[in-house]
Design a protein around this ligand. Structure first.
Ligand code: HQG
Length: 182
């Protein structure tokens, strides 16, 4: 099993399904490191050195340890209702949301909703949003009038790994971009 496979499983546990390995998260999303290692080790090889490598080398910096590395959590992306103490922040003028073409008509009608996750995820640039969208098939990217939204009272949060999050994006703040695939 590669680090990537193990990391995907850890993301599943820490964001969506801690019960998959019979552990629980506290109200701030923290899991016990020894419990996580023991639980994951039932099905794949994991020790502290591998976990430290996964956390340090993750390309999206998905995970964080506490100071003494006894606890670990995902920085964002949860569906389980935890409060990861997100920092409220002033967004740039425009943020971007990448999605699959198959969702576009529903989004055009209803705006962006968080579905199973706690927040709608927004990116700072079109390239990142396009990569996120590609996970769902042919990508479509929307511009989000984030500064205008904030002026109108919507809150924005920046996760520890620099993902912008907000609860919903009503359709009047969205503008669909044309994405050229090469
Ligand atoms: C879509 C990955 C129909 C939404 C990424 C998205 C991200 C609607 C899908 C993070 C809709 C939910 C999150 C509406 C939204 N009607 N579809 N009204 N509103 N949708 O996976 O943003 O690699 O829960 O556009 O990089 O794709 O896991 O959200 O396509 O940051 O760390 O419903 O996950 O990070 O899909 O991805 P998701 P997402 P990781």
């Amino acid at each position: 099993m590669s680090d990537t496979d193990t990391s995907r499983f850890i993301a599943l546990v820490l964001r969506h399904k801690p019960e998959a390995i019979d552990i629980s998260l506290d109200e701030h999303g923290w899991a016990s490191v020894p419990e996580l290692i023991a639980g994951v080790s039932r099905t794949q090889h994991l020790d502290m050195a591998i976990l430290e490598r996964i956390v340090a080398e993750d390309e999206k910096q998905r995970y964080a340890f506490n100071d003494d590395k006894t606890l670990i959590r995902a920085n964002q992306g949860h569906s389980v209702p935890v409060d990861v103490e997100l920092a409220e922040a002033v967004p740039p003028e425009i943020l971007y949301h990448g999605t699959g073409e198959k969702f576009a008509s529903s989004i055009d009608e209803r705006g962006l909703i968080s579905k199973s996750r706690l927040y709608v995820h927004l990116a700072q640039d079109v390239k990142t949003a396009t990569m996120v969208g590609r996970r769902h098939g042919r990508p479509v990217v929307y511009e989000v009038a984030s500064a205008k939204m904030q002026d109108d009272g919507f809150k924005f949060f920046l996760s520890a790994n620099n993902v912008w999050l907000t609860k919903v994006v009503p359709r009047e703040y969205l503008c669909k971009l044309c994405v050229t695939e090469n």
